[in-house]
Design a protein around this ligand. Structure first.
Ligand code: SF4
Ligand code: SF4
Length: 226
């Protein structure tokens, strides 16, 4: 049987082959006291042994439908990531007899603080727009995680160059809610916009009576020059 670090490397490679744009991992225990947990309370996922693998999928602004959200179904981009996770879990079970499980997207549904996890996994840094900024994909990634019953160590990751300090921060000036005023993210103001986006989608039905998906605000992501 391959050693566990090798299995993790193979797993990341397989995730990329299946369509993920980026992949990394961290010991699950690192999320116990991550910044979001300290600020907002414990995450929904409470397994702190093993490893969390984080996959990111590039969301091309030319394909906005990847990010359209439907009640009970999430977004097409998130469903793609979930399918990759399920395939990886099946491979781990069948090839190595190792347990793994897909982690729900939302913290309230048993999920983790995905942005913290992505940073610990070396996939970027938190920008002034409160999004993970990757050196190649900027803030245009969505993440999902897979828990794997393998012990791992945190390894040193190269720290990406932080570009916000030399930027005129259009993310802040163009936010319709003033939710990034002074470089500090207001969850309350941003969520008010998300709720309004959902409410306006709930007023539109197609010819079959199906509700339109919500096209959430992405201004702070799309104006970012990285
Ligand atoms: S728009 Fe500029 S300040 Fe805002 S997140 Fe992007 S690089 Fe950072
Ligand atoms: S998603 Fe929209 S409302 Fe929320 S911080 Fe970004 S620009 Fe502002």
């Amino acid at each position: 049987m391959a050693d566990e670090p090798q299995i993790l490397r193979d797993l990341l490679r397989r995730g990329l082959d299946l369509g993920a744009s980026v992949a990394g991992y961290l010991p699950a225990d690192h999320l116990r006291d991550c910044p979001s947990a300290l600020e907002a309370g414990p995450q929904g996922f409470r397994t702190y042994s093993g490893t969390v693998v984080v996959l990111g999928l590039y969301h091309d602004p030319a394909q906005p439908e990847m990010d359209w959200w439907e009640e009970g179904r999430g977004t097409p981009g998130d469903r793609m990531l979930r399918q990759i996770n399920l395939a990886l879990a099946a491979w781990l079970r069948d090839e190595h007899g190792i347990a793994a499980r897909d982690i729900p997207y939302q913290v309230d549904d048993g999920g983790i603080y995905l942005k913290d996890a992505a940073v610990y996994a070396g996939l970027g840094y938190i920008g002034r727009n409160n999004l993970v900024i990757h050196p190649d994909f900027g803030p245009r990634l969505r993440f999902r995680a897979l828990w794997v019953d393998i012990r791992s160590e945190q390894t040193d990751r190269p720290v990406p160059e932080r570009r916000c300090d030399a930027c005129g921060h259009p993310c802040e000036t163009e936010c319709p809610q003033n939710a990034l005023e002074g470089g500090r993210y207001s969850r309350t103001r941003c969520l008010a916009r998300m709720d309004a986006d959902k409410a306006s989608a709930a007023r539109i039905r197609d010819e079959t009576g199906k509700l339109a998906p919500a096209d959430h605000c992405r201004i702070c992501e799309l104006v970012c020059p990285t």
